[in-house]
Design a protein. Structure first.
Length: 238
């Protein structure tokens, strides 16, 4: 059922995405920003879109917007930092995996992503996506859960950004069964590997734009992956 808070959220969403309507060529604007300030653009992209998706997922799961304890600003900062690492990993895997494929006899891998759609492009894009998601993707999902529980420990307050993360305690108390059975076992092979295969088949100037909107879906998935009861309300460590 649509609530008053949903109307405010829809209004906020319209304002958030309105710049894409106001400018003449939004794709060109995003391309230029990504070219001139790639790390800053990635920070802003994930800080806004992934947090947006996670908040929307929380509304779907709980039936309301948990603004008092959600921690929008701390989550946005954390997602922004993740966005920088994601951008760097894109560069590393896009260049490194084709080199590895060339060592295995696929000589055209280094240029496959630059040409027209072909079987070699599909294989190369799939190899990049598979490598990235089975390595960096696993660490990203786990790190997100750790930081998410850390922020929840401080009820979403900004102080969470300057308090040390009790990594050992959080890892001990985490619901690994839920993280494995849903976030890792299902979303990585069934969603992220296929989606990122498509991402790397796109022209380089459109990969960032596509990945930006995948950030919304990422936030939704991780919100659904947090539906189980966790020790998120324990007292903050002194």
């Amino acid at each position: 059922m649509l609530k008053r808070s949903d109307l405010f959220f829809l209004l906020f969403s319209a304002l958030l995405f309105s710049p894409l309507v106001w400018v003449d060529n939004p794709a060109q604007l995003l391309k230029a920003a990504n070219h001139s300030y790639p790390l800053l653009a990635s920070f802003i992209k994930f800080a806004v879109l992934a947090t947006y998706g996670e908040l929307l997922g929380a509304r779907i799961v709980s039936g309301h917007y948990p603004l008092a304890t959600f921690g929008i600003l701390p989550k946005a900062v954390v997602w922004g930092v993740f966005g920088i690492f994601i951008k760097l990993c894109f560069v590393i895997y896009v260049n490194g995996v084709p080199m590895a494929l060339s060592l295995m006899g696929m000589d055209q891998a280094a240029t496959a992503l630059q040409g027209p759609v072909s079987v070699q492009m599909l294989i190369t894009a799939f190899a990049i996506s598979l490598s990235m998601n089975l390595t960096f993707g696993v660490w990203l999902m786990t790190a997100h859960k750790v930081t998410d529980l850390h922020i929840a420990t401080y009820q979403g307050k900004l102080v969470a950004l300057v308090r040390p993360i009790q990594i050992g305690q959080i890892l001990t108390e985490m619901n690994w069964q839920r993280l494995w059975s849903f976030v890792l076992k299902k979303t990585i092979p069934l969603f992220w590997i296929p989606c990122h295969t498509l991402t790397f088949m796109l022209p380089s100037e459109y990969r960032v734009l596509f990945a930006a909107f995948l950030g919304i879906i990422l936030g939704l998935i991780l919100a659904f992956g947090s539906r189980h009861k966790t020790p998120e309300n324990r007292a903050p460590a002194v």
